[in-house]
Design a protein around this ligand. Structure first.
Ligand code: ADP
Ligand code: MG
Length: 140
């Protein structure tokens, strides 16, 4: 299986509870390597642009408000089949439906404040990585 990259965000509910390390450990224990990482406070424009695909969803405005409610940690993760591996480690969107041992089951507060974002395809991973990182900020 090929080594690929995906994009991750440690969301404001997790940074607020000082869980950056706990989340990162679960990603690393699951076989992913952090090859880029920075802590940022997203602007409204940045968050709206990032979630543009969800613009028509009823939860869009709340989601943007949540994502700018505190700092986040944006990361590039590398590993075998990184996108799917990360989705497996994250668990289902709604923590009530997530498997035991997943980040969202163990750490998330709610379906919105669900601790992590992960790209949902290799194509979107590339778009999302490029949205937050310059090539020279990624060191594998
Ligand atoms: P995922 O993050 O698992 O890929 P989606 O792409 O469908 O899930 O949704 C993006 C984010 O929007 C979710 O991670 C969550 O923070 C929020 N969200 C999704 N569905 C809901 C919902 N029904 N109510 C509130 N927030 C939601
Ligand atoms: Mg998604």
């Amino acid at each position: 299986m090929a080594v690929t990259r995906t994009f991750s965000i440690i969301k404001p509910d997790a940074t607020r509870r000082n869980l950056t390390g706990a989340v990162t450990k679960m990603l690393e224990d699951g076989g992913l390597r952090v090859v880029a990482s920075k802590r940022i406070h997203m602007t409204k424009d940045q968050a709206e642009g990032f979630y543009a695909v969800h613009r028509e969803r009823p939860f869009f405005n709340d989601l943007v408000s949540f994502m700018i409610s505190g700092p986040v940690v944006v990361q590039v993760l590398e590993g075998e089949n990184a996108m799917q591996r990360n989705r497996d480690i994250m668990g289902a969107t709604n923590p009530d439906n997530a498997e035991p041992g997943t980040i969202r089951k163990e750490l998330a507060e709610s379906i919105e404040a669900n601790s992590v974002h992960g790209s949902d395809s290799d194509d979107n991973a590339k778009i999302e990585i490029d949205y937050f990182f310059k090539p020279e900020e990624i060191v594998g």
